[in-house]
Design a protein. Structure first.
Length: 211
């Protein structure tokens, strides 16, 4: 029996999932919580956690995945949102899948079984998001993003790059424009820092000349 827990703001979601999973004789919903702290305090014996992307306590989705993975469970993110940033960041944090909320009991059960067995549960559309490279940055844009995105102020970023603050702002504005051009507008460019390595390559891509 695969033991499943649900962490979701809405208690009705857990009730609906319980009804959907009741159709599977090898899956049991054993616990539900509305926050990470509530779930971790209960510490229920669980194999797979269905984790809502946006919890009311404001905790970071990727950080939540990492915390749950350290407890030894598999995690499937379960959300109405399928934007590139959250899909990529939660999968990189160790999630075994990412589902868009609907009422498809068969798809849900298949994802739970696959996640439990170590398989990646993603639709073809979301898999394409994982595989698509982010917009290419110039070396200066990449450097500005890395410094600013890892905690430097605009002034400190400008000082370390040897440029003016308006120049740094222009780099960050150009980065926003590149993301807007692929229909993925970003308000705060700092959230993009994990999309790239410090040289502007997509995160996880091989270095030049590497095999």
């Amino acid at each position: 029996m695969i033991r499943v827990a649900v962490v979701d703001n809405d208690k009705l979601v857990a009730a609906g999932l319980r009804a959907l999973l009741a159709e599977s004789d090898d899956i049991e919903l054993v616990h539900s919580a509305t926050s990470m702290s509530e779930h971790l305090a209960a510490a229920p014996p669980t194999d797979v956690v269905l984790l809502d992307l946006r919890l009311e306590d404001g905790t970071d989705p990727a950080a939540n995945v990492s915390v749950l993975r350290r407890t030894g469970v598999r995690v499937i993110v379960f959300s109405v949102h399928g934007d590139r940033h959250h899909v990529r960041s939660t999968i990189r944090a160790g999630a075994s899948g990412y589902l868009i909320k609907d009422d498809d009991a068969a798809k849900l059960a298949e994802a739970v079984r696959g996640g439990h067995d170590g398989q990646l549960a993603l639709t073809a559309e979301l898999m394409s998001i994982i595989n698509d490279d982010p917009p290419e940055l110039s070396p200066q844009e990449a450097r500005a993003l890395y410094l600013y995105g890892t905690g430097s102020t605009l002034a400190a970023t400008a000082r370390r790059m040897g440029v003016t603050i308006p120049t740094v702002r222009s780099y960050l504005t150009r980065i926003r424009a590149k993301w807007a051009a692929i229909d993925e507008p970003v308000d705060d460019v700092r959230r993009l820092v994990h999309e790239y390595d410090p040289h502007g390559r997509p995160a996880g891509s091989p270095r030049d000349g590497a095999s």
